[in-house]
Design a binder for this molecule. Sequence first.
Ligand code: THG
Length: 267
Amino acid sequence: MYVIGERINGMFKDVRKAIQECNTEIVQNLAKAQLEAGANALDVNVGPAAADATEAMVWLVQTIRQVTQAPLAIDTTKPEVMEAGLAEAGAGSIINSTTGQEEKLTVFMPMAQKHKAAIIALTIDEKGIPRDAAGRTEIALRIVASAFENGIEDMQRLFIDPVILPVNVAQTVPQQVMDALREVRLLSDPPPKTVLGLSNVSQGTALRSLINRTYLVMAIAAGLDGAILDPMDEELMNAGITAELLLDKQVYCDDYLKAYLSSVKSG
Ligand code: THG
């Protein structure tokens, strides 16, 4: 399971405040704690409130880079903010994200090539987020084709995100996303990777952690390769690691949780 830590996001009050006050300690502690908890990479999102998004992104990336060289997923829809974040983060970064519209793909795919970055692509087009799995898969196919046209032939570098929505307002979506995860694996050989912003599924619900944890296991069973999630939720991490054990992706030993975490931390 490729874990992208979600916590450095201006959507969270503590991070929003840290950005406003240039408090490096809060951001650096969140970076270290997420990696300690088993994150492979860190999402970096300035949030909706940042006055100057480019300036905030550059400050966040520089602040994180003082404590770790872990891959960063630069999370913005704005090309100029993405470009600035990638330039600071260095090679091995992740573009989070493009959508499937031609005008987005022609900007972000070449940007991924230029910065030797991986790229997450959401199955969204000019009509928005498709209602069903087939609509998601159709957009995913266009994204895979665009990646190839732009020289991204290594499918390890392309992540399709079939877009999970809050279960309290979109109750059919979790199943549609699982079907899309299965269909995306059939698009090419080898197939692109898949990723979800897991916490979306529980936004606005009362039992967030339980819903996140249950859906992570279900999505992994449907073929999910990675997720943007809170790695400091230990029960969540343990459920994901156990799901992969039960899918024979890790050799069993009594200490399989510890073994997983130490293998992530040793890179
Ligand atoms: N796909 C991709 N990237 C993404 C998403 C996705 N990035 C952003 C988001 N979705 C994933 N990250 C989060 C981060 C926080 C929350 C949900 C998803 C969240 N935040 C609290 C809330 O809104 O209730 C914030 C409140 C607080 O301060 O605690 O739930 O889908 N590629």
